[in-house]
Design a protein around this ligand. Sequence first.
Ligand SMILES: Nc1nc2c(c(=O)[nH]1)N[C@H]1C(S)=C(S)[C@@H](COP(=O)(O)O)O[C@H]1N2
Ligand SMILES: [Mo]
Length: 525
Amino acid sequence: MRIRAALSGVLAAGAGIATGELFAALVVPAAGPVVGVGGVIIDATPTPVKEWAVRTFGTNDKPLLLTGIAAGLVVFAAIVGVLGLRRRVYGLAGAALLGLAGAAAAASRPAAGLLDGLPSLLGGAVAAGALLLLLRRLAGFPAAAPAAAAVGAVEGVGAVGAVGAAGGVEGDERRPARLLDRRAFIGTAAIVGAGAAVAGVGAAALHAAGRSAADRSRESIRLPAPASAAPPLPAGLITANRDFYRVDTALTVPRVDVGGWRLRVKGMVDRPLELSFDDLLSRPLIERDITLNCVSNEVGGPYVGTARWLGVHLADLLREARVRPGADQVVARSVDGMTIGTPLSVVLDGRDAMLCVGMNGEPLPLDHGFPVRMLTPGLYGYAGACKWVAEIELTTFSSYDAYWVQRGWAARGPVKTASRIDRPLPFARPAAGPVQVAGVAWAQGRGIAAVEVRVDDGPWQAATMLPSPTNDTWVQWRLDWAATPGNHLLRVRATDKTGAVQTPDRVTPFPDGATGWHSVSVTVA
Ligand SMILES: Nc1nc2c(c(=O)[nH]1)N[C@H]1C(S)=C(S)[C@@H](COP(=O)(O)O)O[C@H]1N2
Ligand SMILES: [Mo]
């Protein structure tokens, strides 16, 4: 009996959540209950735990979070089912709690609209109704049945045996009624389960359709040629879009229809602006090869890439908006409520801070901020590269902390000089003789002057650097090493064009970026 009550709880919760998701998909696509709760968890997760999750699970952190939420829900719903069997109000309270928690989560999202709580409230009501229905079926069961019900799959046999053992003639008399009750329960459970499945599949299909609508809107875009083109590309410099790292807090990628998209420039400006996507495309576009990296990247880590970006100069736009004296922070706000603050002085100092519409010859991929993202060469992504941007607000650092700053990260995020060994791989076993050691080094804005490699405790040897188009682009480097048998430790360090040598001091990414030399150990046969 308890197992059935638990199952009732899980089925009812499933039906409620699926209905909520379906309603959300139809009416307020960004406000699904699961994503709302997940978003709240992501935002509330303490920075060290977030760091650990990104380090341990990489881009799988989001599927894992969703799996965790699902597992927690199953346990909660099962308990509510069992309690609800004892007293209906417990069941109702459980369903209400689920609905209200989901609604509160959705309504508290930074980009929430008025209707965002509705899907969860509706879901809570459906869960309550389904639970009452299922529990009513169970109520028809005789009190002595727990042992029989617990037998589960083989209950046809087990139940009769158990009842026979428990009560002889009396058991035999109950059997027909119990079989009917059982059938009624299974029938109701099947209907609730099937309803949940249909609603869930429907919600997923609608989301997929929404995604493909965004894809279509993206595919319809023809990017104009740049007014200021980037120089020809050295081979191997660019990271392909599909290989470009992705770091963001978005559980579902925002799907923006360019037709309705507007960019507002507001706050401490004399002339607030509102621009459509076409307005942006009709401005002179610049094309630049810029390396972007994440402040969360560990020494030697993967969260760095270089792309050929197309977009408009942000400084030009700000000059048109006439920034008022006193403003010192540019806060970009995304369609999903992320805020990223960039020093105004950095945007205006002549570097190519831009609003990007293109990445490697295509409109921005959805994952990388379609239709428009900000990019500030020389700053970590969290401090200058807002994706899915909807608003640019001029304000001050003293009056506003952006999302990551509220969580303890440094308010200004200049990139630190870094270098990485990509070949040989850690613990590789190359043959003795010539081995090519190769990798990348970056110090956007300053540029890289030299890269050196050291084998064990030997001298630092200058690596060869391939041509790199600008100081905002990483350099690719190589060194031919005459490998001798045995275990060896390879280390790399870079020197930027101000003459500063990359520091060996190891610090963690939090709060303003990792430092230290990357090393790789290999065994030469
Ligand atoms: N809207 C939004 N923009 C965002 C983020 C985010 O979570 N949401 N993450 C930032 C961070 S921390 C980084 S490192 C870059 C990563 O950009 P990418 O995913 O295109 O590589 O995006 C930045 N822009
Ligand atoms: Mo980042």
